[in-house]
Write a protein that binds this ligand. Structure first.
Ligand code: PGA
Length: 270
């Protein structure tokens, strides 16, 4: 066990030395945004373009609602920022599923990323089986996936966090998947929108455990990317920047303001 931990740490350091470590700042707008909200992303894009010192070290992805995906994806096609969808239907390209949108339809808009498994969707009835089908279908349509996992308050209290996370991963991912197309977002449910945060020690341990689990069970050679989400703002991001295992952030509330989002990136590299 100890030997495995050392190998993982060395692998990570090797990647750092090779300069391959890229951080992700992903905004999840949830049910927010109208066509004029494009200004928010334009301001963020301008900042990234001017941020010559650090912009090669990170990638910004913004996830507006489905109504804005086509125009925003077109607008930012050749820009620094990528556009991401929020969720999708779990089967078929087209079908009798009123109000639903498939990964096939999303990928035809030029959208490159999709959030799947968010706890808000899980609490609205999505189970692991449905999430598994969504991930399968999204990969088939060449989308990059932000796969969300996270424990609730009771599970944390009962010290079941790692068990819950490992189970959520095991039930959805398959060994033959292209893991370059999958980012894992660890989002403790008790932290989303609550201002409550895990300690840096706690978070570091969890991220490390997720990566170890992924390597052992899915692909020993792949350098898995794991992000954190839950009450990330310009202040909390400073607490987490020491955690080298962390590959970035999934940001809800603070991503609806260009200033707050830009401040997160600024403070991360300060
Ligand atoms: P929050 O949301 O940053 O508002 O806590 C994060 C998320 O739900 O992805």
């Amino acid at each position: 066990m100890k030997f495995r931990l050392i190998i993982l740490k060395n692998l990570y350091i090797k990647c750092l030395i090779n300069g391959k470590v890229m951080k992700f700042f992903i905004g999840n707008w949830k049910m927010f945004g109208i066509p004029s909200s494009i200004k928010i992303i334009e301001r963020i894009n301008n900042f990234v373009q001017k941020d010559k010192k650090n912009s090669k070290k990170y990638k910004v992805i913004i996830s507006p609602p489905h109504t804005l995906l086509e125009s925003f994806s077109k607008n930012f096609r050749n820009k620094k920022i990528s556009i991401c969808a929020q969720n999708c239907f779990h089967k078929d390209n087209f079908g009798a599923h009123t109000g639903s949108v498939s990964p096939f339809m999303i990928s035809r808009l030029g959208t490159k990323y999709i959030i799947i498994g968010h706890s808000e969707n899980r609490s609205a009835g999505e189970n692991d089986k449905i999430i598994e089908e969504k991930v399968f279908s999204a990969l088939k349509n060449k989308l990059n996936i932000i796969f969300c996992i996270g424990e609730n308050k009771t599970e944390k209290k009962r010290k079941r966090t790692l068990n819950v996370l490992h189970n959520q991963i095991k039930k959805v991912l398959k060994k033959n998947y292209d893991f370059k197309k999958i980012l894992i977002a660890y989002e403790p449910i008790w932290s989303i929108g609550s201002g409550k945060l895990p300690s840096d020690k706690e978070l570091s341990k969890i991220i490390f455990s997720i990566k170890k689990f992924l390597k052992i069970n899915f692909n020993k050679r792949h350098n898995f990317k794991v992000l954190y989400g839950g009450s990330v703002d310009s202040k909390s991001v400073q607490l987490f920047k020491q955690i080298k295992e962390l590959d970035g952030f999934l940001i809800g509330g603070a991503s609806k303001s260009s200033k707050k989002f830009i401040d997160i990136i600024k403070n991360f590299y300060k």
